[in-house]
Design a binder for this molecule. Structure first.
Ligand code: ZN
Length: 288
């Protein structure tokens, strides 16, 4: 045995290993480029969020699901309350659109076909906004909202989830887990059924059953922060958010509030909100 034989034996192995490494590196690079290209920037926080499903596809599913929910639900015919929900919603929606434009995401404005409906169900303490700006408020949350400003806290928070595209990110993360990384791009185009299924898991809100998957802590913090800015821009005093969350917490003792189960928050939420208020106040005091 001498050194030459060793080299001959080793070389092909090295060659193969290098080749496989290169292949893997190329695949990894393509995958990384794909992932980087599939990111969206969250306004205000500047965080890069994963966005693998085309917004147009999500919005189409959202419109279908929203009209299903409306069909199955009893809409409130209390005109005073319905008008309040639409007034708050309209002001938050306008604030959201100008906020998107100011954040350099003006192109997104076209994604939203705002709609605000009040569903008659005093037992359901909930409100949500589907992608594309389709909002439902349940009459059960109105006593906790207490007044128009309290409702603006809730609607601002929900609209914030939508404009930060948290739904797309939750679907994208789930798709990554389901489909695995490599070949995802090709797979996505043929995964309409899987995508639809995921959408229903995230937003499958029936007439009386809210079984929406909960938002993550990160998404909650972002929605709190952006939501306060939206309500402030809409002309509602963001300091009212402290009282709203205190009422929400005290109402939840002894019963389950749908809103709190899909919007989990740390016990320190009220303190976090208090810390975010100075930022929101800058938008409130600005002449509009
Ligand atoms: Zn939330």
């Amino acid at each position: 045995m001498n050194g030459e034989i060793h080299l001959r034996d080793v070389k092909p192995v090295l060659h193969l290993t290098l080749q496989s490494c290169l292949h893997l590196a190329v695949i990894a690079a393509i995958f990384l480029i794909f992932l980087l290209a599939s990111c969206t920037t969250v306004p205000l926080t500047g965080r890069s969020g994963l966005s693998l499903v085309p917004d147009s596809q999500i919005v189409t599913m959202s419109y279908q699901q929203y009209s299903e929910v409306l069909k199955k639900s009893k809409l409130s015919n209390n005109q005073e309350k319905v008008q309040m929900v639409r007034r708050v919603g309209g002001r938050i929606a306008m604030a959201a659109e100008s906020f998107l434009k100011e954040s350099g995401a003006g192109a997104d404005v076209a994604l939203y076909k705002w709609e605000f409906n009040l569903i008659e169900d005093d037992k359901v303490v909930n409100a949500w906004c589907m992608p594309g700006g389709k909002v439902a408020v349940y009459t059960g949350i109105l006593p906790i909202a207490k007044d128009e400003t309290g409702l603006a806290v809730v609607v601002g928070h929900e609209v914030a989830h939508a404009i930060a595209k948290h739904g797309n990110e939750r679907m994208s993360q789930a798709l990554l887990v389901q489909l695995g990384g490599i070949g995802l791009s090709a797979a996505l185009s043929t995964q309409a059924a899987a995508t639809q299924e995921l959408f229903l898991q995230l937003y499958g809100v029936g007439a009386n059953v809210g079984y929406m998957l909960p938002y993550s802590r990160l998404h909650e913090n972002e929605a709190d922060r952006i939501g306060l800015v939206l309500m402030a821009k809409a002309g509602y005093d963001p300091r009212a958010a402290v009282g709203l969350w205190q009422r929400m917490n005290s109402q939840s003792s002894g019963r389950t509030l749908e809103f709190l189960s899909t919007h989990p928050a740390p016990a320190t939420r009220v303190a976090n909100i208090e810390a975010l208020i100075p930022e929101a106040m800058r938008y409130y005091q600005k002449p509009r």
